[in-house]
Design a protein around this ligand. Structure first.
Ligand SMILES: Cc1ncc(COP(=O)(O)O)c(C=O)c1O
Length: 506
């Protein structure tokens, strides 16, 4: 008897697995959305050591249901309104399955030309889909080495990795502008210690994390104040850059956010890029004087499939890099972040190392291992390709418009209510709101609603209050799960109002 699963067994269990997933999709609404497991429950229920001899597939699946399912928080429930969506779809899941079935490791063009070239093509499609600057197109066959000065897109595992790569590319460009002052090797030399980066106080934590991983001190990231819409103040950015320049420091990186995690604020890209242009001129620095502008549109970028939401990208033509996550709002299961650069040279210079055992002799090709942190890479473009071909542009537009309309309707109910209020602008699919009785009451309502299991929403704290008091505790309702419909959003509103009406527990 073979230890391996035979192809007949695979066929049988594969059909069973697809059936299991299809049933899960049909029934997911019946589960409490947030897992009720207590810390350690799942760990304790699992045996401390692997089995000595192989077990039947059926036994494994029984434990999936018995042990794991109670520990699942159902991100694919239409009543999931927490954090941000990590939605999926039948077409994306099947693309993922095919990727596993082919088992390709696409580190170099040669290790599977289709893996590289489909990714290039699909990322170019995304430039068309979101109407991104054409400088981000890869233009097949332009080469991946330094000196090409061509743009291009690459799939990263996450927006966090995209931001880290952008920081590394920006550092490369800044140090090059100083005449290679950092040739002394790692860790950073004196030149790198002068570099400073900027992001708003509302930017994602991955910016600070990326700076740390890149070897910078926390003090090398300036946190720029936001206005009353929670968007970065371009005037404050200009002041910070001028102060740093006067002190002999070198502004090298700015991260602007299109759709902040907390409240969906839109940093003003056009004003920010104008600040970068003017401050670079004023510095009269040699070489690449302007700081690198990276735009993080992790969730909200997807909205640009609809022309009416593309205003948030005004000024993007000046950005050096951009990312958005199809694994958040574009029906492509985790992980899939699309990262674009205007000039691939800096990314490749920062990340390319070619030991003898990786040399392939293929020239004029893209080796995506040089565009990311790890060496190995999965065939992620398959699932994105499947999704784009299944929905088509119009299908995606329909779904995104639907989600935005639902969030807008929810906001209108909040706005019309005497007991509740909106706490931030709601340009797309995220609504931040609170009970007028204040923070503690709002927090208690959210906890009661989440404990009921009927839906899951999360919170944020927005802005400092008057006279230095704490900020406002806001419930965030984010619409974006694949199967969320009006009935689910209506039920959520009812649940919040009922929890507010229920007598407080003494
Ligand atoms: C604006 C923004 N940037 C970055 C991230 C991080 O995303 P990822 O999990 O893909 O690293 C998020 C997710 O919350 C986000 O909202």
């Amino acid at each position: 008897m073979s230890d391996h699963m035979t192809s007949d067994e695979f066929r049988r269990h594969g059909h069973e697995m697809i059936e299991w997933i299809a049933r899960y999709m049909e029934e997911v609404e019946r589960y409490p959305v947030r897992s009720r497991a207590q810390p350690g429950d799942i760990f304790r229920a699992l045996p401390p050591a692997p089995p000595d001899t192989g077990e039947p597939f059926e036994d494994v699946m029984r434990d999936v249901e018995r042990i794991l399912m109670p520990g699942i928080t159902h991100w694919q429930s239409p009543n999931f309104f927490a954090y941000f969506p990590a939605n999926s779809s039948g077409s994306g899941i099947l693309g993922e399955l095919l990727s596993a079935g082919l088992g390709v490791q696409g580190m170099s063009w040669l290790t599977s030309p289709a893996c590289t070239e489909l990714e290039m093509r699909v990322l170019d499609w995304c430039v068309e889909l979101l109407d991104l600057p054409r400088a981000f197109l890869s233009g097949a066959g332009t080469g991946s080495g330094a000196g090409t000065h061509a743009g291009g897109g690459v799939i990263q595992d996450s927006a966090s990795s995209a931001t880290l790569c952008a920081i590394l590319a920006a550092r490369e460009r800044a140090l090059d502008g100083l005449g290679g002052a950092d040739q002394s090797g790692l860790p950073r030399g004196a030149a790198a210690r002068k570099l400073v980066a900027y992001a708003s106080t509302e930017s994602h934590s991955s910016v600070l994390k990326g700076m740390r991983i890149a070897g910078f001190d926390d003090t090398q990231l300036r946190q720029i104040a936001v206005d009353d819409t929670f968007a970065m103040r371009a005037d404050r950015l200009a002041e910070a850059i001028q102060d740093d320049t006067r002190a002999g420091r070198i502004p090298f990186f700015v991260c602007a956010t299109v759709g902040t995690t907390s409240s969906n604020a839109m940093d003003p890209l056009a004003a920010i890029s104008e600040v970068l242009r003017l401050t670079a001129l004023a510095r009269q620095a040699p070489g690449h004087a302007s700081a690198w502008l990276h735009v993080d549109a992790a969730m909200s970028g997807t909205a640009a499939v609809c022309p009416e939401f593309r205003g948030m990208h005004n000024g993007l033509e000046h950005a050096d890099s951009y990312c958005f996550n199809p694994h958040k709002w574009m029906f492509t299961n985790f992980d899939c972040d699309c990262f674009f650069v205007r000039d691939r040279e800096w990314l490749v210079r920062a990340l390319a190392i070619e030991p003898e055992y990786l040399r392939t002799g293929a020239s004029g090709v893209v080796n995506y291992r040089d565009w990311q942190i790890p060496l190995g890479r999965r065939f992620r473009s398959l699932k994105l390709w499947f999704v784009l071909r299944h929905y088509g542009v119009r299908g995606l537009q329909r779904r995104i418009r639907e989600h935005v309309a639902l969030a807008q309707e929810f906001a209108s109910w909040v706005d019309a209510s005497a007991e509740w209020e909106l706490l931030a602008p709601h340009p797309l699919n995220l609504v931040c709101f609170a009970h007028r009785d204040g923070n503690e009451r709002t927090r208690a309502i959210l906890e009661a609603v989440n404990a009921s299991g009927g839906l899951f929403a999360t919170h944020t704290v927005l802005g400092p209050g008057a006279a230095g008091s704490a900020g406002r505790f806001a419930i965030r309702l984010c619409v974006g799960q694949t199967y969320t419909q009006r009935s689910h959003v209506e039920a959520a509103w009812t649940a919040f109002r009922q929890a507010a009406d229920a007598p407080a527990e003494s």
